[in-house]
Design a protein around this ligand. Structure first.
Ligand SMILES: Nc1nc2c(c(=O)[nH]1)N[C@H]1C(S)=C(S)[C@@H](COP(=O)(O)OP(=O)(O)OC[C@H]3O[C@@H](n4cnc5c(=O)[nH]c(N)nc54)[C@H](O)[C@@H]3O)O[C@H]1N2
Ligand SMILES: Nc1nc2c(c(=O)[nH]1)N[C@H]1C(S)=C(S)[C@@H](COP(=O)(O)OP(=O)(O)OC[C@H]3O[C@@H](n4cnc5c(=O)[nH]c(N)nc54)[C@H](O)[C@@H]3O)O[C@H]1N2
Ligand SMILES: [Mo]
Length: 763
């Protein structure tokens, strides 16, 4: 573990720092040689899809593409460490619960199915069939299937997700909260009514043709490092790269490609952003409005700025938008965005000067109250100059988990479209439940209120990833049964229901042997490319089952003879599952054949063809006035003489969501620690405090409940005044369950109103 220090990071993103970090990651998992072999198979035609992120693979058919954080994700799964029955024999669950998130996962791969024994407060090994019988008994005893909740995290393959949604709907509920509810839900909610698809419209080749790439609220250097390759090439051929971020992120500034021998030998690097707008947290809606206001003014002046043909032929709502933009005052736009009028105008001039524009966005956009409105404004901006559905242009919500998009495509959705349910009924002959199920936040409330009794998770770490941590824990503990299909020990296993099971599964790097031979699974990336993933390592333990096998055997145990599906036969050969997928989803016609081609195939995206499957058959401009109830607005108020700050929660360079790989955040200059709060030096002074002082954070919320996180160190940082940044998941106790995005239900974990109070060092 590295020594605690805060030190400005001089290097570029990537480069020698990345190679060094990879070496350490492999050593930490005791896998120098095997790890290297595993890595070279990531994203290869005959290898596995990197479980790191959902960025597509340029080299799916050729050479290995180096990615530091992809290596860490693979190493975490391919670790030589094991969390077997001996570990659970040594520790009571209460003891395990006192360990850190880092420690829990660091024990290594789970090897046996385990059942919680209340008498000894320990997890004991259990036979698979006995585990399935326990779950089936609980599910079948429920008076209403809606008392069961089925969570999904976005690593689940298409095959696992398809079987899962089929089983759960045949069982009788649409209770499918998933990680997407906390992630890109607002992107779908915004774009579906607006342009008819809830997914990105661009392909990788569009990055080779764009003249300008706008990046809102996304940190690719850490979270999608392979995207830096595209950005670097774009920069080299003269494209403008325009970043909007309250923090100056190193990966958005400079990058050295570890595979570029010259750059490495000369310690060189390539700049990434040509322009960097350090707006205020939550200021994007106002900033984009300001840009559009300038575009309209320029149109008024010269008459050739808008794509009039596109607007007339393809869209509706332009006049209402133009009207609303003209009404907005620059003063309000400046106050809310934290950018000056001149900055917004210059960003808009880059937009106008580019023939083809791509807009990318991440969690800095989606995890706000007004995220849906903000995304619709970004799409409006694109459409003003026809930047949708033509080469080099379009919308690019950059997804998180490697198959989160595919899971939704397969029907993991608490609000299923009627067409999907009709199709399931037609193909399988059972009556699927019609009422919507619960999303992530609603699921927590249902468990807390005693309305749900069984919680089943296909992957993820519900107890740590969700908001209002202690409320969530109470909710999970109130359940009669909690079950986790998982690879590593995590918080969700030690904050459990009255009965609890841990079901260890194969990871994507591992060989999946079924009755019909070795199986591959399919995944869909952020650009709707579907391809196959084949594991190459021997399983971490002989007792692991694949996720599809777990779902199939559970379905068989629960539904028995009353099921219309031959679960056990399907899971013997995943090609049969893909045949079923094809029956339900017409876009997957000839699925097995098309996915056999290296690189796979792209799902149809109507918006990218300028076909608008919306209510009125057009793409719509949507107008949203700049809201005046944002946290940054509130932050200018004072609560009992304390300054209210807006806190954003984000990922360090050494973590994968709730999985903490290490204590460093190299690019932000933080080493050996995670309990830090980034704050402007003037704000530290205004508080009468000093850089390095310890503080407690308290949420300002109006439900009378105290929410706090204690023991964080102030770190002076280049961040707008009034804004703070700290790491997730440590800060999740601060996010109120009721603070969600309008029309999407996403926790607003990028804009928490908080006050700071003197505190003590955390241990
Ligand atoms: N190595 C690694 N890779 C990952 C993950 C991981 O944890 N580790 N997680 C995966 C998942 S599930 C996801 S969803 C993605 C997440 O990838 P990102 O979307 O990059 O998520 P965050 O790290 O939360 O960073 C959000 C960025 O938004 C900025 N930001 C915060 N608030 C605002 C705002 O109001 N406006 C603007 N313009 N910017 C803002 C932050 O400063 C930060 O740079 O990455 C995926 N890939
Ligand atoms: N405050 C705050 N909260 C946030 C966010 C934020 O930015 N700020 N981000 C949100 C976002 S974008 C997301 S996506 C969620 C993430 O929420 P989740 O997806 O629920 O959480 P992860 O941390 O990705 O899950 C990690 C666990 O997944 C299990 N796992 C890993 N690989 C596999 C596998 O192949 N199969 C199975 N079955 N299990 C596996 C391991 O046991 C590991 O402990 O968190 C959200 N929460
Ligand atoms: Mo995510």
């Amino acid at each position: 573990m590295s020594e605690q220090k805060i030190e400005f990071y001089k290097g570029p993103a990537g480069g020698w720092g990345a190679l060094n970090s990879v070496k350490n990651a492999l050593l930490r998992q005791d896998i120098p040689l095997k790890g290297a072999k595993t890595l070279l198979s990531a994203n290869q035609p005959d290898g596995f899809d990197c479980p790191g992120c959902a960025w597509p693979d340029r080299h799916h058919a050729s050479t290995f593409e180096f990615c530091e954080n992809g290596v860490k994700a693979v190493a975490a799964e391919a670790t030589a460490r094991r969390a077997g029955p001996a570990l659970f024999a040594r520790h009571t669950v209460s003891e395990l619960a006192r360990q850190s998130d880092f420690w829990l996962e660091d024990q290594g791969r789970l090897t046996h199915p385990m059942v919680f024994d209340a008498a000894s407060d320990k997890y004991l090994p259990i036979m698979w069939d006995d585990a399935f019988a326990i779950i089936a008994r609980h599910l079948n005893a429920l008076p209403d299937p809606n008392q069961a909740i089925f969570y999904t995290s976005g690593r689940a393959s298409n095959e696992a997700a398809f079987l899962y949604q089929l089983f759960v709907r045949e069982f009788g509920t649409n209770n499918f909260p998933d990680c997407s509810n906390m992630c890109h839900e607002p992107s779908g909610s915004a774009m579906r009514p607006q342009i008819g698809v809830g997914k990105g419209t661009v392909e990788l080749v569009d990055f080779e043709r764009a003249d300008a790439i706008f990046i809102f609220g996304q940190n690719p250097g850490t979270n999608h490092p392979r995207m830096l390759g595209e950005l670097r090439e774009a920069h080299k051929r003269g494209a403008r790269i325009v970043s909007f971020n309250p923090l100056r992120e190193r990966g958005l500034e400079r990058f050295a490609d570890p595979q570029d021998k010259l750059e490495m030998a000369t310690f060189g690097s390539t700049p990434i952003s040509t322009h960097y707008f350090q707006l205020r947290v939550g200021g994007d809606l106002a900033a984009v409005e300001g840009m559009m206001k300038h575009v309209l003014e320029q149109e008024d002046a010269s008459g050739d700025v808008l794509d009039r043909v596109f607007i007339a032929e393809h869209t509706s709502g332009f006049e209402a938008l133009a009207h609303s933009l003209r009404d907005e005052s620059w003063q309000l736009l400046e106050e809310e965005s934290g950018l000056s009028e001149a900055q917004m105008r210059s960003a808009a001039d880059i937009y106008i000067g580019a023939k083809s524009v791509i807009a990318c966005w991440g969690m800095g956009i989606t995890q706000h109250v007004h995220s849906v409105a903000t995304i619709q404004m970004i799409v409006d901006l694109l459409m003003l100059r026809g930047n949708l559905g033509r080469p080099g242009a379009g919308a690019c919500p950059v997804r998180g988990h490697s198959n989160v998009q595919g899971d939704r495509t397969m029907g993991i959705w608490e609000k299923p479209p009627a067409a999907l349910l009709d199709k399931l009924k037609a193909v399988y002959g059972f009556e699927p439940p019609r009422e919507n199920g619960v999303d992530t936040v609603e699921a927590i409330a249902a468990m807390r209120d005693g309305d749900a009794k069984v919680f089943f998770a296909l992957g993820g770490n519900f107890a740590a990833a969700t908001p209002d941590t202690y409320e969530t824990w109470k909710a999970l503990q109130r359940c009669d049964l909690t079950v986790h299909v998982t690879t590593k020990l995590n918080r969700s296993h030690v904050v459990h229901g009255k009965e609890a099971l841990i079901l260890p599964c194969l990871g994507r790097t591992e060989i999946d042997m079924q009755a019909g031979g070795v199986q591959g699974v399919t995944v869909e990336d952020s650009m709707s490319m579907v391809h196959i993933s084949m594991g190459i390592n021997p399983p971490a333990s002989g007792h692991l089952l694949s996720e599809p096998a777990i779902v199939a055997r559970l379905a068989h145990a629960t539904l028995g003879e009353r099921s219309r599906v031959n679960w056990l036969q399907l899971v013997g050969n995943y090609a049969l599952i893909r045949d079923e997928i094809e029956k339900v989803f017409p876009d997957f016609a000839r699925f097995n054949e098309r996915v056999a081609v290296p690189g796979g195939f792209r799902l149809r995206n109507t918006a990218s063809e300028r076909v608008w499957t919306t209510a009125n058959g057009k793409a719509s401009f949507v107008a949203h006035a700049v809201p005046r109830d944002t946290p940054s607005h509130r932050a200018r108020e004072r609560v009992r003489d304390q300054v209210v700050f807006t806190l954003l929660t984000t990922r360090s360079h050494d973590q994968y969501n709730t999985t903490i790989y290490g204590m460093d955040d190299r690019y932000r200059g933080v080493f050996g620690q995670r309990r830090v709060v980034f704050i402007h030096a003037d704000d530290i002074r205004a508080l009468g405090m000093n850089d390095g002082d310890w503080i407690n954070i308290r949420t300002v919320w109006d439900d009378g409940q105290e929410r706090r996180a204690d023991g964080f160190k102030l770190v002076a940082y280049d961040i707008p005044r009034g804004n703070l940044a700290a790491y997730y998941p440590e800060t999740n106790p601060l996010v109120p369950l009721s603070a969600v995005a309008a029309n999407a239900g996403t926790p607003t974990s990028k804009s928490i109103p908080v006050v700071l109070e003197p505190g003590r060092a955390s241990v």
